[in-house]
Design a protein around this ligand. Structure first.
Ligand SMILES: O=C[C@H](O)COP(=O)(O)O
Length: 253
């Protein structure tokens, strides 16, 4: 049994004041969560706040992106070493919004995973298909190629140090959620793909679901055998909703 992980991805939302009150709210409710790992992946500018407020608590801090390089003349970028220094435990890599709006390829994502892992943090590798790809019957091809690219570049052992998030692009921020069965099928497919290389790693790796997960659908998604948690966008911006999803994680654990 894999311990669930519920990670909030705040994306580019919030003000200093709202970030502070959201962290406070999550902290307050987190004492009631016993069997689920909890993380909040905040915008870079709120990392210092997160580090200070979350220190000594069970809620872990995460970032949403990282540079492919360790240091140097890369204007506007943030290195894995910097994120580590600010207390990050997790870094989201290859989110579909980064792939779509900032041209992140599998090769770039593979480099980011390496940087994060070598700095001692845990990458959350996002994979997922668009609606068009699903409707044309390419869902498995797309997911397999995203997973295979990382195995090819970083080796199967790298999956021993990462979390995976399956995020169907058509379900992100749309209110349209994959059914528990649709999500379970893809999660099982991802695990099987990894198992072709290493059964022990496949058994251990956590595969989170992301895409309009909310209090009303979290329990049924998290009840599925291969769904080990969630990467939560919109619902992570409201402490009560995020905590309700964490409670569903506890119930499923
Ligand atoms: O990283 C989180 C996902 O993109 C899901 O976002 P959402 O929960 O707003 O659909």
């Amino acid at each position: 049994m894999r311990q669930p992980l519920i990670a909030g991805n705040w994306k580019m939302n919030g003000t200093r004041a709202s970030a502070e009150s959201l962290i406070q709210g999550v902290l307050k409710g987190s004492s009631g969560i016993a069997k689920t790992d909890i993380a909040v992946c905040v915008p870079f500018v709120f990392l210092e706040l997160g580090q200070r407020m979350l220190s000594g608590s069970p809620v872990r801090l995460g970032a949403q992106n990282v540079c492919t390089e360790a240091s140097g003349a890369y204007t506007g970028e943030t290195s894995a070493g910097m994120l580590n220094e600010f207390g990050c435990r997790y870094v989201i890599c290859g989110h579909s919004e980064r792939r779509e709006y900032y041209g992140e390829t599998d090769a770039i994502v593979a480099k980011k995973l390496t940087m994060v892992a070598s700095a001692g943090m845990t990458p959350i590798l996002c994979v997922g298909e668009t609606l068009e790809q699903r409707e044309q019957g390419f869902m498995e091809t797309v997911i397999a190629s995203q997973i295979d690219a990382i195995i090819g570049a970083n080796g199967i052992e790298s999956f021993g140090q990462i979390e995976i998030a399956y995020e169907p692009v058509w379900a992100i921020g749309t209110g349209k959620t994959a059914t528990p069965e649709q999500a379970q099928d893809v999660h099982a497919f991802i695990r099987a793909r990894i198992a072709e290389h290493d059964a022990a790693i496949a058994e251990k790796v956590r595969v989170l679901y992301g895409g309009s997960m909310k209090p009303s659908n979290a329990a049924e998604l998290l009840a599925m055998a291969d769904i080990d948690g969630g990467l939560i966008g919109g619902a992570s911006l409201v402490a009560e909703d995020f905590l309700a999803i964490c409670q569903a994680g506890d119930a499923a654990a």
